[in-house]
Design a protein around this ligand. Sequence first.
Ligand SMILES: *[C@@H]1O[C@H](CO)[C@@H](O)[C@H](O)[C@H]1NC(C)=O
Ligand SMILES: *[C@@H]1O[C@H](CO)[C@@H](O)[C@H](O)[C@H]1NC(C)=O
Ligand SMILES: *[C@@H]1O[C@H](CO)[C@@H](O)[C@H](O)[C@H]1NC(C)=O
Ligand SMILES: *[C@@H]1O[C@H](CO)[C@@H](O)[C@H](O)[C@H]1NC(C)=O
Ligand SMILES: *[C@@H]1O[C@H](CO)[C@@H](O)[C@H](O)[C@H]1NC(C)=O
Ligand SMILES: CC(=O)N[C@H]1CO[C@H](CO)[C@@H](O)[C@@H]1O
Length: 313
Amino acid sequence: MKSPKSQTVQKRLLALKSSFWLFKIHLKWALCLINLVVTVKSEFPTTIHFNYKCLDNGNYTSKSTYKTNLDTLLSTVSPSIDNNGFYNASTGENFDRVNVIALCRADLQPYKCRDYVKNATAEILKKCPNKKQATLWHEFCMVQHSNETIFGTLAYSPFDWGYSEEKLTNLDKFYQELNILLDSLRNQTAYNSSPKKFAAASRVNRDYETTYAFEQCTPDITPKECDDCLKNSVLLIRECCDDAARVGILRPSCYLRFGTDFNFYNETIVEILKTIASPMPPPLLSPPPPPPGKDVLLVNPNFFFCSGIYFIE
Ligand SMILES: *[C@@H]1O[C@H](CO)[C@@H](O)[C@H](O)[C@H]1NC(C)=O
Ligand SMILES: *[C@@H]1O[C@H](CO)[C@@H](O)[C@H](O)[C@H]1NC(C)=O
Ligand SMILES: *[C@@H]1O[C@H](CO)[C@@H](O)[C@H](O)[C@H]1NC(C)=O
Ligand SMILES: *[C@@H]1O[C@H](CO)[C@@H](O)[C@H](O)[C@H]1NC(C)=O
Ligand SMILES: *[C@@H]1O[C@H](CO)[C@@H](O)[C@H](O)[C@H]1NC(C)=O
Ligand SMILES: CC(=O)N[C@H]1CO[C@H](CO)[C@@H](O)[C@@H]1O
């Protein structure tokens, strides 16, 4: 990993900066309205931010089979991405083989996922022209293409981050509280049994009204790998981001974001997905009694149950 500190100056105010200013404007209006309406719900930031990394591991030329394959493959992403917001596919043979993975943030409606992913697949070609390997994080989705196999592979890098101008105060207390929230979300994200590997929640603490956090992994890695990926992202928080009040850590295999006061995720969808996922019955609650005199593979039903859902609250 390269030293995150050295990039701090250039990275300052990256992705989350203008959403913060938007938020401030919203907040002013919200404060004006607060006597009139009981609940003031904030909206998603309207500005779409992009982070991307073009890898210097091979170029393709504009007339090549590789380019044709890449264009073809990227054009299938938006129409084919599933309702869980995940897509992986490959096309071509040998040195012309292209692989792609796309993942939408779990709190998006499918039609928005398709729109954003369409935009992201077009952007990645613009941002990383002629590059065989590239990763782009759109505000609401991630697209990655490579000539190497990427499906089912835990990838910490390339990685990137974004953070706000607004700084935290009372750091030790804040990070202590934040870690409780992030650890519990990490467990839920990695070990929940739904096809969407994510968790989101908020936590009230003394100095900041509320901290909101969101974690997600691509569904093609193991729970343990997801857990490791997010653990690494948590460790980066205090190194990358100047103790900012809003931070996003972007990796190919996992996504982590938190922010104070402003709820950046769609709580309605998060709640719906929680109620769908929570009561999931363990698949083998009462296994049939083994027929006498035969060897059987005993499966502890608690394994399924315990590796299932960890919704706290
Ligand atoms: C991907 O491209 C790089 C650079 O052209 C090459 O060194 C590498 O072997 C390729 N990988 C595969 C799996 O073809
Ligand atoms: C790819 O092209 C860039 C310039 O666009 C060049 O600097 C780089 O060395 C090339 N990489 C390879 C592996 O040929
Ligand atoms: C992607 O969307 C952004 C704004 O949301 C827009 O500025 C950009 O032009 C779009 N890119 C493409 C390739 O359509
Ligand atoms: C996360 O889950 C592990 C077991 O899977 C458990 O030991 C640990 O206490 C859990 N942590 C939290 C914060 O829930
Ligand atoms: C959140 O999701 C709900 C339910 O799908 C939708 O009606 C609402 O427009 C979404 N909010 C935003 C800000 O996208
Ligand atoms: C969910 C999904 O599309 N999975 C596919 C990803 O790619 C691998 C390898 O090409 C397939 O085996 C999976 O079915």
